[in-house]
Design a protein around this ligand. Structure first.
Ligand code: SAH
Length: 345
């Protein structure tokens, strides 16, 4: 049976007209589905019982469900989220003093092969549907209200998958999350994080979504990047930079570079200088992310000294740099660790 949430408002309108009902009925149902995130026809209280029964006979609503919820000592909540076909993704709620952030997945597994990321070890099984992305946000919003008495404030597409490889659904989900007739959240508090697919970055710039963009850079030295993120061979840094400049020109929104410092890999002066040179080409800032070990020995050498040097040199060069503490490490909810240790996939 068809999932009613695969229908657009226009298609839903056509449907109600085709069964001899009123066009405005579509708006009412759409509101239950996308604004109130309701998962059963039975609760649609302004729809008559006979009509609810017709809908029940003709459509399904495939909600996601929380299969396993783990709470970290630092308040981070990791959800193993079950999809209608039994596959699992992970969605994380990250509370701080001032905000609660949802870290959502865009794919089941990932097709990229970043050596340092746990998700890369999983096969990409499929893209998430629009509703599956929106459901993650709605469920974390409810958790935020339940556990922290405040609604979700930020959303980052930094869970499983590469959002720009599930482009259409991610863009449509963002529209549904931000539209007043959807969840009504602010696009400026949404960050799409990508490993860097130039063509798709440009396309996203043209959507006028008003979201923020982050690039997982990790090194601005081409050869090194190709080694630790092998897929990037197809996307030279010059092309990525050109796409980022296009992004800035179109959106006026500063780009964040996500960057882990690994002893023996990117802790040298030449690495810092390459990063500074890269940053100077487009309005940007740097997030130094604390690496979460995933059992790949090569990346396990943290160098606090090198991190400090990065901060000093970047600041000297007038580049904004932030050091991001890792959250949820004790429950494997931290970046790159979302690899379904529950073992069902
Ligand atoms: N595919 C997208 C989004 C998912 S990754 C992207 O690459 O941006 C989210 C962030 O976590 C990326 O910056 C990624 O490089 C980083 N990351 C991956 N594995 C990590 C790990 N083990 N420790 C810390 N950060 C990691």
């Amino acid at each position: 049976m068809k999932d009613i949430r695969t229908l657009s408002l226009d298609q839903l309108t056509d449907y109600f007209i085709s069964i001899g009902d009123k066009a405005f009925r579509a708006k009412q149902v759409y509101d239950w589905l996308w604004s109130k995130n309701l998962h059963s026809f039975d609760e649609m209280t302004n729809i008559s019982k006979p009509l609810r029964e017709i809908l029940e006979k003709n459509f399904v609503i495939n909600p996601v469900s929380v299969d396993l919820m783990q709470k970290s000592k630092d308040g981070t909540i990791k959800n193993g989220v079950k999809l209608h076909d039994g596959l699992l993704v992970e969605s994380v709620l990250i509370p701080t003093e001032t905000r609660t952030t949802a870290c959502v997945s865009s794919q089941v597994g990932c097709s990229l092969n970043c050596e340092f990321c746990a998700t890369a070890k999983l096969k990409r099984m499929r893209n998430l549907e629009v509703a599956e992305i929106v459901d993650q946000v709605a469920l974390i919003d409810r958790q935020s209200i339940n556990y922290f008495s405040r609604p979700l404030s930020n959303i980052v597409f930094m869970g499983m998958g590469e959002p720009l490889m599930n482009y259409k659904n991610v863009v449509e989900a963002i529209r549904k999350i931000t539209k007043p007739e959807g969840l009504g959240m602010s696009p400026r508090r949404i960050t799409v994080s990508t490993s860097g697919i130039p063509k798709m970055i440009k396309m996203l710039a043209d959507e006028d979504l008003k979201v923020k963009l982050a690039l997982s850079l990790h090194t601005a030295i081409e050869k090194k990047r190709n080694e630790i993120m092998p897929f990037s061979e197809k996307f030279p840094l010059t092309e990525i930079m050109e796409a980022l400049q296009y992004w800035y020109k179109k959106t006026g929104s500063v780009i964040t570079f996500e960057y882990c410092v690994w002893g023996g890999i990117n802790d040298g002066d030449e690495d810092i200088q390459a990063l500074i040179k890269f940053c100077r080409q487009v309005p940007s800032k740097v997030n130094l992310i604390q690496y979460n070990p995933i059992g790949e020995g090569k990346f396990d050498h943290r160098s606090i000294k090198a991190e400090e040097k990065y901060v000093r040199e970047l600041e000297k060069a007038n580049i904004t740099v932030m050091v991001r503490k890792s959250r949820g490490g004790d429950i494997d909810a931290a970046c790159g660790q979302l690899a379904n240790k529950t073992g069902e996939n």
